[in-house]
Structure formats: structure tokens, C-alpha cells
Design a binder for this molecule. Structure first.
Ligand code: PLP
Length: 400
């Protein structure tokens, strides 16, 4: 999508609005599949990144599965047309009741807690296959809040507790068909994946019924020019090689799974906002826009960088602006950014907003969530209406 096309979308649907480029999503999916060469890697799209049903349907059509982390995501996936067997349910800290509900829906469940494994064994024995999420104790990821495979993380069962897992598995005859790890997001070092993979290969010798291994995700995309990226092709060839040797040693071919979110949808998405005010203070020139951390929280939550362009004046002289939201918090999208000279009413494009943008949005300050548009074959289609005031108060019960 170029600046003119984005401006057309802003004019047609108003701002703030999220726009997603279908072509880019398809390209990223194909690129990742291809990186593993002849190995038919199975991708489960991490739907938490962007859950609009139209986006889920694009993945379903391409043959992707889903990675769901809540029963609500499982239900959304099934509603969007995914078969239960194509959904991997990887919850953390949920009640056993929620696990039971997921099992009843027929999805593959991923257990990341010994007490849940024990309760599962007592109730289901070997009647339902399970995957086990191991915590490999690897520090990986672009920010402390998105590093989830280290020793202090709440996720997974420690790789050092395989003996505990085995006690429970053997006692109840649990059928373990998969091993899983996810170490974090924004990983730029291919060797981190190999390191984690080796630990899972070692653990595999304790589980004779495996049919797949899931190496999670964490593939980073470019947020700015010359940014560090996850070298997808390098990971593809190195992991394919090591996985093929592992399968030979294990005695039969297993499936290799990944569950990317950001890699598949981040670059497809743009948040379009309008400049409400240009405000010069003693220290800065602020562009105050009609959006904020309620629509895109990543810069404030993770210190994430999002490139910003004035698409109303893309060729204009660059000036330094600090782009801020309208929320009653310090919600800064970018500090001292060189942006084409801006006037009130101009439209800014905030790039790389496809993943964890709309899906993390909220109604703080009683602001309405933006609309969503899918850009397909050169044309924008509304895929979610902008919220109304009725949406804000819909579930309130007014007492006398
Ligand atoms: C279990 C699990 N799998 C996959 C993902 C997707 O990660 P990413 O968006 O970095 O690809 C996440 C992200 O939080 C996750 O927790």
C-alpha cells in the first residue's frame, strides 16, 4: 500500500483506522514456508497478534493452523472456519475447567504446568493426546516483557523437571504427542532457536509417542531502515538440517511446527491517524493525534519503535516532531522524529501496526476503538466498524 492508497482509505473510512494489506500477509506466510525448503513446516498463526475474522480466514484459506491462548480465541478460530484439529491451545495459568472446555471442543492442548498435567492424567489418562510446553531457560527476545523462556518466566515446565513430567506421564499413561517451546519475541539470533531445539531433542528421548515438535516463534521484522531482523532463511536451513538429523535418531519423521504472529501480520498493518494539534512548547514540537495508547500501546508498553510518515505531505521538508496521543497519560508514539512538515488535519501513517495493535486496544478514557479495513486487490474494505458510544456502555447496568 503506498501513501496515496493509504490517504484514499483515510478519506473513505475516516481516522483513526487500522488498514491491513492482504498481499503482504500472503507473502510473509509463503516466505516462511519456503525458508524450510523441502521440509513441510506446519505454521499455526498466533492469532493473538490480530484476531479479526477476515484475517483468520486468509490464514485458513492458505492452510495455516492457529495458535490460540484462551478459550475465547479457540471459539473465535472455530467460528472463523478452522477445524478443531488445526488449533493448538497454549494457555498459561488457566483453570482446569477451561482446559476441559478446550478438550471438549477437540483442539490440541498444550500443558505448561505440572499440577494441570496431573489433573489431566487423572481425568483423561491416555484418551486425549497432549503436548507439553517446556521452558528451556534461554534468555531471548527484544524486551524483558516479551522474553518468556528464561528461568524466572511463568511460562512452561522447566526443562530440568522432565523427570517430574515422566513420573506423572508414566503413572497415568498420558499420551504425549508433542513438545513445545516459545522463548520470546523479537529474537534476532538464529542460534537461539538451535540452542532451544537441541534441548527439546534431548528431552524427546523420554517421550516415545511424539508426532510433532513446536518451536514457537519470536521472528523479528524490520521496524526501521537497516534494522536487525531474524534471518528467516538462515533459521530455516539450519533448523531443517538439525531437525532432519534428530528425526533420523528418533527413528521416524515428526512434523515441525512454528506459531508466528508478528512475522506474518506486523508489516501488513498501518494505523492512520489525523493531526489534531501542532503544539510548540519550550522544548519540543508535538503533533497531537486523534489516537493514543488506547489504540496502539506497544511504544509505551515495550518501548517499541514504529516508523511514522506524514502521508498528507510525504515529500515535504522534514521537521522534528514528537508524536503524541490524546490520552490523559504520556502516550508518545515517537520522539523527535523527522516527518514531512505537518499541519493540523494531516494524516499520519504509523507503520508495523498489524501485530498487537488492534488486538491490544482498549477503551481507556472512554475512547472508542478504531475501525479496521482490509486492503485487497487495490481496494479497501471495511472489516470492523468504528465503535460507537453504545458500544462503550453496552454491558453497564444502571441502578436506580
Ligand atoms: C506461545 C506463543 N506462541 C507464539 C507467539 C507469537 O510470537 P510472535 O508474535 O513474536 O511471533 C507468542 C507471543 O506472545 C506466544 O506467547
Amino acid at each position: 500500500m503506498n501513501a496515496t492508497q493509504l490517504l484514499d482509505v483515510a478519506n473513505e473510512f475516516g481516522t483513526p483506522v487500522y488498514v491491513y494489506d492482504e498481499t503482504k500477509i500472503i507473502q510473509q506466510y509463503k516466505r516462511l514456508k519456503k525458508a524450510f525448503g523441502p521440509l513441510d513446516v506446519k505454521l499455526h498463526y498466533a492469532m493473538k497478534a490480530l484476531t479479526n475474522t477476515n484475517i483468520l480466514r486468509i490464514f485458513n484459506k492458505m492452510g495455516s493452523g492457529l495458535d490460540a491462548v484462551s478459550i475465547e480465541e479457540v471459539m473465535l478460530g472455530i467460528q472463523a472456519g478452522f477445524t478443531p484439529e488445526s488449533i493448538m491451545y497454549t494457555p498459561n495459568g488457566v483453570s482446569f475447567q477451561e482446559m476441559e472446555n478446550a478438550i471438549a471442543l477437540g483442539v490440541m492442548i498444550n500443558i505448561d504446568n505440572l499440577s494441570i498435567l496431573e489433573a489431566f492424567g487423572a481425568k483423561y489418562g491416555n484418551s486425549v493426546p497432549v503436548c507439553i510446553r517446556l521452558n528451556p531457560h534461554i534468555m531471548a527476545g527484544g524486551h524483558a516483557n516479551i522474553s518468556v523462556g528464561h528461568i524466572d518466566s511463568k511460562f512452561g515446565i522447566s526443562i530440568h523437571q522432565v523427570r517430574h513430567i515422566k513420573r506423572i506421564v508414566d503413572h497415568y499413561g498420558i499420551l504425549v504427542t508433542g513438545l513445545h517451546m516459545h522463548t520470546g519475541s523479537d529474537i534476532v539470533d538464529a542460534d537461539v532457536f538451535l540452542q532451544g531445539a537441541e534441548l527439546l531433542y534431548d528431552a524427546a528421548s523420554h517421550f516415545p509417542d511424539l508426532t510433532f515438535m513446536d518451536f514457537g516463534s519470536g521472528f523479528k521484522v524490520a521496524y526501521k531502515e537497516n534494522d536487525y531482523l531474524t534471518p528467516i532463511e538462515e533459521i530455516g536451513s539450519k533448523i531443517s538440517e538439525s531437525f532432519t538429523s534428530f528425526c533420523e535418531a528418533y527413528g521416524r519423521p515428526l512434523e515441525l511446527w512454528f506459531e508466528p504472529g508478528k512475522f506474518l501480520v506486523s508489516e501488513s498493518g498501518v494505523l492512520l491517524v489525523s493531526v489534531n494539534v501542532v503544539k510548540q512548547t519550550t522544548s519540543s514540537v508535538f503533533l497531537g493525534v486523534n489516537s493514543g495508547q488506547n489504540h496502539l500501546i506497544r511504544p509505551m508498553f515495550y518501548n517499541a519503535y514504529h516508523r511514522i510518515e506524514n502521508i498528507s505531505n510525504p515529500k515535504g521538508m522534514k521537521k522534528l516532531y514528537t508524536v503524541v496521543g490524546y490520552i490523559c497519560e504520556t502516550d508518545t508514539f515517537g520522539y523527535d522524529r523527522p516527518i514531512g512538515e505537518a499541519n493540523e488535519g494531516d494524516v499520519l501513517a504509523i507503520y508495523n501496526a498489524g501485530a498487537y495493535g488492534f488486538s491490544m486496544s482498549n477503551n481507556y478514557n472512554s475512547r472508542r476503538r478504531p475501525a479496521e479495513v482490509l486492503f485487497r486487490k487495490g481496494k479497501g474494505y471495511l472489516i470492523r466498524k468504528r465503535e460507537t458510544m453504545e458500544d462503550i456502555t453496552r454491558n453497564e447496568i444502571i441502578l436506580d
